[in-house]
Design a protein around this ligand. Structure first.
Ligand code: DGL
Length: 267
């Protein structure tokens, strides 16, 4: 039994889609969430900057005495997980490997599409892991940077979102993919629009659920689950005002939370 909280961080509010899945799978766990809203987006930054920011995010969560940390950000997971594991002792979970395993299980024709931020796609992490496990499969990657501001703005199903999705995803559907990894925590917010654009024959893979399951398995194996209780405590922190935070919490968690603002540069 370990009643310490689970730490979760993202560059902003997108990681709430991962919190949602963790809460479903581990409702009794306490959660401390940090969204680096002052320095968003991570997806347009260099590997070095993403790693420096992520290390500060981890230090902040460690100050909250967390027992494990989930990097609920594909950009940080794909660029910085290995470096962070060398820097910190705490168990760290990224979203890329669970997404890869899910995609491999989902595809029938072996053609997988990956969409993510520019930094995630540039890292090649998804494609590399898929090819390592299944060299027979084909991977087609596409950076879709505009999906992040669209999701932040709540433009998830209007004409602008639909045209953007058509522009980005056309070349992937032409390749005949039958599985598409939503390799950015903001993208599940656009799931309907993306699904309608690629069509029913393409399975959408959101790594969040598989990440939550991996975390649960780990805590079970280590006998580190929280003692049984009604519902865990949830605390939310951001590095700057996030006007849409409460609305997204409402959407993802069916409850409104107000985040506390912290100075991440001091960590
Ligand atoms: N949450 C980030 C991710 O999953 C996307 C937003 C950003 O660019 O910071 O990659």
């Amino acid at each position: 039994m370990d009643n310490r909280p689970i730490g979760i961080f993202d560059s902003g509010v997108g990681g709430l889609t991962v919190v949602k899945e963790i809460v479903k799978v581990l409702p009794q766990e306490d959660i401390v969430y940090f969204g680096d809203t002052a320095r968003l987006p991570y997806g347009s930054k260099s590997k070095e900057t993403v790693t420096r920011f992520s290390a500060q995010d981890v230090r902040f969560l460690l100050s909250k005495n967390v027992k494990a940390i989930v990097i609920a950000c594909n950009t940080a997971s794909s660029n910085s997980l290995e470096s962070l594991r060398q820097m910190f002792d705490v168990p760290l979970f990224g979203v890329v490997l669970p997404g890869v395993q899910e995609a491999i299980a989902a595809t029938k024709n072996g053609k997988i599409g990956i969409i993510g931020t520019a930094a995630t796609i540039r890292s090649g992490a998804y494609a590399r892991l898929i090819q390592e496990q299944r060299p027979d499969m084909q991977v087609f990657s596409k950076a879709c940077p505009l999906f992040v501001p669209l999701a932040e703005e709540g433009f998830v199903q209007n004409t602008i979102a639909q045209l953007t999705a058509k522009e980005y995803l056309g070349e992937l559907t032409e390749k005949g993919i039958d599985a598409l990894v939503l390799g950015c925590t903001h993208y599940p917010l656009l799931k309907r629009c993306i699904g309608e654009t690629v069509g029913e024959s393409v399975r959408l893979v959101d790594p969040a659920r598989a990440t939550a399951m991996q975390l649960k398995d780990f805590l079970q194996q280590k006998d580190a689950l929280h003692a049984p209780t009604q519902e865990g405590k949830r605390s939310f922190y951001c590095s700057d005002d996030a006007a849409n935070f409460s609305a997204l919490c409402e959407r993802a968690l069916k409850q409104s939370y107000t985040p506390r603002i912290i100075d991440i540069e001091s960590y």
